[in-house]
Design a protein around this ligand. Structure first.
Ligand code: C2O
Length: 535
């Protein structure tokens, strides 16, 4: 293994999309940002130098950060943000992981343009557990706003209303030709007939789950969130913000060009009308106006069965080399409800604002980092009294209580180091049922069960898959349903858990676990690096 050095200069750069130009925050002037390549067991040092007016931090989404929680990156959770003109070196070792992950800014809505891929190759000499691809390509799905993204969210917070949706989706930073800007070129993926390709898909969108499809070709799913799965063929990929999916594409046509689409999946009675992104796959020698084009038709926005089929096909590879070590005995069993709520607000347009909560707690961000408060025993920053169960049990999917009001606080849930946890995430359908991609920092977890309606603690566990459940770091909680996950708390520190729809996180759909071995944090966690930013 080796040490890999990267330098991320955070700089403004003008970018033109949808026939209009605006300055965006970037890493090294690139959008999407540079790909970080490493091998399993490598140590990675990324020096981030902040040259813009925003304070920011970078999160290495899905990297376990075993004992190196200081390098995890969420602002005010594990570090104070890197201030304008300052720098910080993220230093971590990639342990027991290989596949595709990604990095992104973890403050405000800056991840809209500050994101890129993390490619973790297997150890030298270790093959993939599937036939070797001829070539690999990173395919980042995202969104584009014509206006300034920070202005969009600030306006929504002031008014208490829902923010504008993006103006288009993007594939590797490009929306492709659209009605309002037909001259705009999309991303192109050249292939040779008879060859095999691996696409490393990442959903970096702020606020939308997506369908991904290539005309005329099936895709074989081989990995999600940097864990191998039992390969299966599909026409459509479903991918939530935060998730990654590796697929094999056999270039089994002879010629021509085939459109590639990324379109919204929204399992909620909400109208989204942002534009589907188009890219083009073309066989060598056939690109341009004269080539025959086969068009991909995206599923309708509310195609829940397509999404359900896809997610239920995901299974851990669970081979001798890559076993699924699912916790069977559970030390701590938790039930978290996930809701949107409405609180009074005298300065807001309608006299109230939309909020979100977990177990009725709208999380309030602290002003110094939680990990520092935990490590140095600074009192008054957080309480560790986060409720392990909903305060009032009710019928989550039936008639909703008239009182939508949430409580607020910086409350954490304490878990013993090296214990096993079962966590049921229940969508409540308050205001409206909606899919929520929940992301847990610091751990991978197994999804042992999912269902629609209310979780039944007596019946549902009997149907849990404890043999080969999919292992990941971000899970789509179905609209009006639940999902059950299990993990072992083998990583001391403070770990954020939140909805990866950025608007829901902003509204407070987030909390944190503090994982401590009982002997005090100093004995389990490495001390902070000397250049850790100050608040
Ligand atoms: Cu990908 Cu807390 O984030």
């Amino acid at each position: 293994c080796m040490v890999r050095h990267y330098k991320f200069n955070i700089v403004m750069k003008n970018a033109t999309r949808l026939c209009s130009t605006k300055p965006i925050v970037t890493v090294n002037g690139k959008f999407p940002g540079p790909t970080l390549v490493a091998r399993e067991d490598d140590t990675v040092l990324v020096k981030v130098v902040n040259h813009v007016k925003y304070n920011l931090s970078i999160h290495w989404h899905g990297i376990r950060q075993l004992r190196t929680g200081w390098a995890d990156g969420p602002a005010y959770i594990t570090q104070c943000p890197i201030q304008s003109g300052q720098s910080f070196v993220y230093n971590f070792t990639i342990t027991g992981q290989r596949g595709t992950l990604w990095w992104h800014a973890h403050i405000l809505w800056l991840r809209a343009t500050v994101h890129g891929a993390v490619v973790i190759l297997p150890k030298r000499g270790v093959p993939y557990p599937f036939p070797k691809p001829h070539k690999e390509a990173v395919v980042i799905l995202s969104e584009w706003w014509k206006s300034d993204v920070e202005a969009v969210i600030n306006e929504a917070l002031k008014s208490g209303l829902v923010p504008n949706v993006s103006d288009a989706h993007t594939i590797n930073g490009r929306p492709g030709p659209v009605l309002s800007c037909p001259s705009q070129r999309g991303y192109t993926l050249p292939v040779q007939a008879g060859k095999r390709y691996m696409l490393r898909l990442i959903n970096a969108a702020l606020n939308e789950e997506l369908f991904f499809k290539i005309a005329g070709h099936q895709l074989t799913v081989v990995e999600v969130d940097a864990t191998y799965v039992k390969p299966f063929k599909t026409e459509t990929i479903v991918i939530a913000p935060g998730q990654t999916t590796n697929v094999i594409l056999e270039a089994d046509r002879h010629s021509g060009q085939y459109t590639v689409v990324a379109s919204p999946f929204m399992d909620a009675p909400i109208t989204v009308d942002n534009v589907t992104a188009t890219a083009t796959l073309h066989y060598s020698g056939t690109l341009g106006a004269t080539a025959t084009t086969t068009f991909a038709i995206p599923p309708p926005k509310n195609a829940t069965p397509v999404a359900m089929n896809f997610t239920s096909a995901l299974r851990s590879l669970n081979s001798k080399e890559y076993p699924a070590v699912v916790p069977l005995k559970i030390d701590r069993s938790l039930l978290f409800t996930i809701s949107l709520g409405i609180n009074p607000c005298s300065t807001c347009v309608n006299g109230h604002r939309i909020l979100a909560d977990i177990n009725n707690v709208t999380f309030v961000m602290p002003t110094i980092s939680l990990l520092q408060a935990h490590f140095f025993n600074i009192s008054g920053v957080f309480k560790d009294d986060f409720p392990g169960n909903p305060p009032i049990p009710y019928n989550y999917t039936g008639t909703q209580p008239t009182n939508f009001q949430t409580n607020s606080g910086t409350r954490l849930y304490r878990l013993a180091y090296n214990s096993t946890v079962q966590l049921v995430l229940q969508d409540t359908g308050m205001i409206t049922p909606e899919n929520h991609p929940l992301h847990l920092h610091g751990f991978n977890f197994f999804e042992v069960g999912r269902g629609l309606g209310n979780f039944n603690a007596k019946k549902d566990p009997k149907n849990f898959n404890l043999v080969d459940p999919v292992e990941r770091n971000t899970i789509g909680v179905p609209a009006g349903g639940w999902t059950a996950i299990r993990f072992r708390t083998d990583n001391p520190g403070v770990w954020f858990m939140h909805c990866h729809l950025e608007i829901h996180t902003t509204w407070g759909l987030k909390m944190a676990f503090v994982v401590d071995n009982g002997k005090g944090p100093n004995e389990s966690l490495l001390p902070p690096p000397i250049d850790l930013p100050k608040c």
